[in-house]
Design a protein around this ligand. Structure first.
Ligand SMILES: Cc1cc2nc3c(=O)[nH]c(=O)nc-3n(C[C@H](O)[C@H](O)[C@H](O)COP(=O)(O)OP(=O)(O)OC[C@H]3O[C@@H](n4cnc5c(N)ncnc54)[C@H](O)[C@@H]3O)c2cc1C
Ligand code: FES
Length: 261
């Protein structure tokens, strides 16, 4: 798998509610080779603070050589990234990691929660492009409240797939967890793809396991290098060994991992 370090130009920055941002970066080599579920490491500062790159899922790519990331400001790196200006250059390394393995037979059920919705747009688009017929596929998106979800919906709706939403406070769609609407929505022969908070993914994995349905999860880990050099991203696997999320993930079969929740 080819990886590139590009000086990406900021093409667009969008700000949404609750410190959520979407950044469009022109980095044609990464855009053309990226697969859904892969991520990039971005140098957020021009100086040494923070020194390390920060990992972000690829939200979507465009044929014109663009990639998008969708992120929340949680600390110094994301704060700096939220303040970049159009045409500024940002160093981007990628695409990294192993993405989703798209099964082209049977319905795809795409379950995203919170910031875990970020990689699901790219996945849903690629799934539709490769399968051509996606009328049996379903997207389920969950968030705490409407504010965290509504700005993303238009892009998902454009795909023409069935789309259901859930919010913790009931301000949009089902009042409750996205896993509650998922349980009754799993057709025979489907594959589930999920990304979101750990408890959500653990629950999705459990539901799938109980029904014998294959489930791929995209997990996070604190990452220093993103390329297998620092071993900082290790996570317990089901068989008692450790797996390195940047190299072996971030996408796994749910059953490969140990879930502590
Ligand atoms: C493969 C991968 C894909 C990711 N994709 C996205 C994405 O699409 N959108 C997005 O908003 N974020 C994503 N993240 C998380 C993102 O990398 C962190 O939010 C970011 O590195 C925080 O940097 P910071 O300097 O702003 O915060 P820091 O100052 O480094 O940390 C602020 C707080 O966030 C916590 N934190 C930092 N990194 C992580 C992490 N990886 N997981 C859990 N908590 C963390 C820290 O413990 C601390 O409490 C992803 C992480 C990984 C590993
Ligand atoms: S982040 Fe360095 S080995 Fe995975």
């Amino acid at each position: 798998m080819s990886q590139y370090q590009e000086k990406a130009t900021v093409a667009r920055i969008e700000q949404f509610a609750n410190k959520n941002f979407r950044l469009t970066l022109h980095c044609p080599q990464i855009a053309v080779s990226a697969k859904p579920g892969q991520f990039v490491m971005i140098r957020t500062a021009t100086g040494k603070d923070p020194l390390l790159r920060r990992p972000f899922s690829i939200h979507q790519t465009s044929s014109g050589g663009g990639i998008q990331i969708y992120f929340k400001v949680v600390g110094r790196g994301t704060e700096i990234l939220s303040q970049v200006k159009k045409d500024q250059e940002v160093s981007v390394l990628g695409p990294l990691g192993r993405g989703f393995r798209l099964g082209l037979n049977g319905p795809a059920i795409i379950v995203g929660g919170g910031l875990g919705i970020a990689p699901m747009l790219f996945l849903a688009k690629e799934n539709c492009r490769l399968k051509r017929k996606c009328s049996d596929d379903l997207i389920l998106l969950g968030a705490r409240e409407k504010n965290e979800l509504e700005h993303l919906l238009e892009d998902f709706r454009r795909l023409g797939l069935r789309l259901l939403t859930a919010t913790d406070d009931g301000s949009l769609g089902h009042h409750g967890f996205v896993t509650e609407i998922m349980q009754s929505a799993l057709p025979p022969g489907c594959t589930v793809y999920t990304c979101g908070p750990e408890p959500m993914m653990a629950r999705v994995g459990k539901i799938c396991q109980s029904q014998g349905i294959p489930c791929q999860v995209s997990v996070e880990s604190v990452m220093a290098c993103g390329m297998g050099a620092c071993l900082g991203c290790s996570r317990p696997a089901k068989d008692g060994t450790y797996t390195h999320v940047c190299l072996n993930g971030p996408v796994y079969d749910a059953e490969e991992l140990q879930w502590t929740i």
